[in-house]
Ligand binder design. Structure first.
Ligand SMILES: [Mg+2]
Length: 326
């Protein structure tokens, strides 16, 4: 597996999970089961916001905002990422009427970006402690993909600062740090179990920082979830039922990562559970794509994804950087 394939697989995994889950967003497990007894297996759009098939929702759009910053960081990478998020927030964005607000902006994201607009400083942005949604975890993957060759401490600082633009609660920040280290381990060719272990190790090193112990527990919980069983029972045993809490989404993504079945099966099952399906799908999809590469995703999916070509081109750029650095 080439590094380029793993990077492209990861980016398109976020996009595919988002676009697959967008059709089921806010549905209960029972409602998903009734509409799609075997799970939704194609990217068809619709959902509460009536998305065109393969259209990015906030998860993919904000991942793209961070991705653009890594492609052209300018003088201050984190400020550039925040600036791209503001472009998205203010309606300067592909596929949207200029000047129109996104229909699907999360609460902490709106609060954090409004503060960032005034301060232009991630240290004086963010929705504050207690806002522990999954809105930064869903868009954190570019740090791992662009920075696999730097010291873990530098990577952790960047992941933490980019999370803090909107989500500065310690659980959100540390979840992004752990997720980043899991993805870096997958890019290095480590197995799913080893990569999950890299996330645990990162949290053990981060202790006693706030949030690290809770994130370590969430990874451990994910390792215990059997997705095949969870979609029979309609319950993965998550603290908040997979409805937007950052550590629920992280646990589900880890469960998908270590699921031995093909990536598509695991991702379909993540969205079958209902709840915050697009974001849970995006977070799990990123790990599955970093594990299996581009071949994880069927052509009938990727050809519909709004940013398919752009994400593949970004993967090519990052892979060329690693080749030239060695
Ligand atoms: Mg979304």
């Amino acid at each position: 597996m080439t590094t380029e394939s793993l990077i492209a697989g990861a980016l398109l995994g976020v996009h595919a999970g988002d676009s697959l889950g967008a059709s089921l967003e806010f549905m209960s497990f029972g409602q998903v089961r009734e509409a799609y007894p075997d799970g939704l297996r194609e990217i068809v759009g619709g959902g509460p916001f009536d998305w065109p098939a393969g259209h990015a929702t906030d998860d993919t759009d904000l991942t793209r905002a961070v991705l653009l910053a890594y492609l052209e960081p300018g003088a201050d990478l984190v400020a550039t990422a925040g600036q791209h998020m503001l472009h998205w927030f203010d309606g300067n964005w592909p596929g949207r009427t200029p000047g129109s607000r996104p229909v699907d902006v999360g609460g902490a994201t709106a609060t954090g970006l409004t503060r960032f607009r005034s301060s232009r400083d991630w240290r004086r942005a963010g929705a504050g402690a207690g806002s522990a949604g999954n809105g930064s975890l869903m868009r954190c993957i570019p740090t791992a993909l662009a920075r696999a060759d730097v010291e873990p401490a530098q990577r952790a600082r960047e992941a933490a600062a980019i999370s803090s633009i909107t989500h500065d609660d310690a659980r959100c920040v540390q979840a992004c740090v752990a997720y980043t280290e899991i993805v870096v381990a997958l890019l290095a060719g480590e197995s799913a179990q080893e990569a999950a272990g890299a996330g645990v190790l990162a949290m053990q090193k981060a202790r006693p920082a706030d949030g690290a112990a809770a994130v370590e527990l969430a990874i451990g919980q994910g390792l215990q979830i059997d997705l095949t069983r969870a979609v029979v029972k309609g319950d993965a045993g998550l603290a908040h039922g997979g409805t937007g809490y950052v550590l629920d989404s992280l646990s589900l993504a880890v469960a998908a990562l270590v699921d031995p079945r093909p990536a598509v099966e695991s991702l379909v099952d993540v969205t079958r559970l209902g709840g915050d399906t697009d974001t849970n799908g995006a977070i799990a999809g990123g790990l599955l794509g970093a594990r299996d590469g581009l071949s994880a995703w069927p052509g009938s999916w990727t050809e519909r994804l709004q940013f398919d070509a752009e994400f593949r081109a970004a993967a090519s750029t990052f892979a060329a950087h690693y080749r030239s650095a060695t």
